[in-house]
Design a binder for this molecule. Sequence first.
Ligand code: PEP
Ligand code: MG
Length: 584
Amino acid sequence: MNTFSGIAASPGYAVGPVHPLRRRSIVPQRRPVPSEDIPVEIKRFKKAVGLASAQIEDLVARLRSELGPEEAEILSAQLLILEDEMVWDATLAVIRLERINAEAAFSSAVWDIAARFLEIEDETFRERVKDLQDVEQRVLRAFLGDLDSPLDLPSQPSVIVAVNLTPSDTAALGRNNVLGFLMEEGGNTSHVAILARSIGVPAVVGLKGRLAGLKADRTVAVDGTNGAVVLDPDQSIEDRFAILQAEALIACEKLSGLRDLEAITPDGHRLRLMANIELPIEVDEALARGAEGVGLLRTEYLFFQHQTIPSEDEQTEVYSDMVRRMAGKTVIFRTLDVGGDKVSDYLGAKREYNPFLGWRGIRFSLANRVLFKTQMKAICRAGLAGPIKIMFPMITGVQELREAKEVFQEAIAELQANSVAHVGEIDLGIMVETPAAVLAADLLAAECDFFSIGSNDLIQYTLAMDRGNARVSYLYQPLHPAVLRAIKATVDAGHRAGIWVGICGEMGSETRLAEVLLGLGLDEISLHGAALPKVKQVIRWTDYSEAQSVVENILKLATAAEANQWLAKYIEGRKQARLEKETP
Ligand code: PEP
Ligand code: MG
């Protein structure tokens, strides 16, 4: 048994087999073929290349129409490789001369070319090697008739182990057979942590160096509540985890009675509790936990799931379905927020030195107006299925907001011109998640309908800490005076301008912070379904005036550590008082 710890990224307990998530790399077996079968092998080669080319062509066409020619070029380069005489000649020569199967011949030809490229001292040729490898795997998958995800997905309920996961990985995984996550990298608000919380499985991240070489024959116990991991747990640990899991379930059941009750304080202050959603499957969970709507619908996942840009109709269908299932409750769509740690090669958002300061969120959308407009058209069409709002991510100033609104107007105009049924009167808000947006909050509030504070990014940018970097994850400090002041300034600016202000970052899901968020005067908290009943319980127990004085006290403290300590003591005191009140 081996115990170690990392960052507690998603609460809960799980025990199960390890599933190291790897990209399936196909290594073809070399098989001799009799000379009369050589034409068959050549035919197989042509067919596989044809299939792979068709797949790339489809992707390129979508990229070109949605993002423009420049972005499509990246994949077009792969298409050129497949048409390259050098590749064809070399493959056919190996099939004929070595008399081996087509996949092995193709692979050997590609690696030959790659080896020659690697000898050239030029970065361009090294980049070409990556393309060659990618193309090789794509064609090898086509030989197997399997063009889907190159990920090795678990076939039984397992704990997913990885260095890091991209959104496309998590989208491919979904909820299927996932008991929990262990990751070498990542912090509390990295997207895997968020996904784990939202699908309600435990996760421990930032396990640098701990997971190397972990094989599928091991069993692991994950304590996502405390950030602990036990490798090859003995029976007593497995039993303890089963009890803890059952207790968590019972606690959750106990709170289920709150589902239809309002989030209202004893002194009559009302808040909206909404759900954060990434995947369509989470809608039911949100409703079951009593969400009053969806406060943050992250739309990236639809784009990442299929490794291709969904068309307007496809987006309309998925969005409409979610809106319909929310049965009259508002859904707030956050327009595409790619970039940062949500990169996807196919969207042309390349890796950057400073991805979180790079081509991300609204910057990407405004640079790809067609794609942006298509998404807004789909959202406006989905508005026919129920109440919706739209918000823009990563806004740093009024100029971006104005441009985004302009694209929205263009989307409406096109729908009208083509007589496509849609909703045109939609509240447009922004995510306040950059210090610039906080400082310019009064200017922004004058031109939008609501604010939703993205505390994950707001903390990242305010405290200059990369939210995906485990080394600086200690700086994820929601109670840092700078963060609290930023939230307060945003709420005050919004209210002065007469608009509502919510929060949709991970802070909202931390029960211990519920009194603080309430006291800061937020009108809406959007959080994970699993955390919703607990936060509602705290709100229903706490007078608004008391929460305001909690905030007043905390705002006087100089460090996050002092604030944490003060809050922990306060919560302990309240628990004690409740216990005394309830014990006859
Ligand atoms: C945030 O930044 O707080 C947020 C909700 O957006 P995301 O986590 O998707 O960046
Ligand atoms: Mg954000």
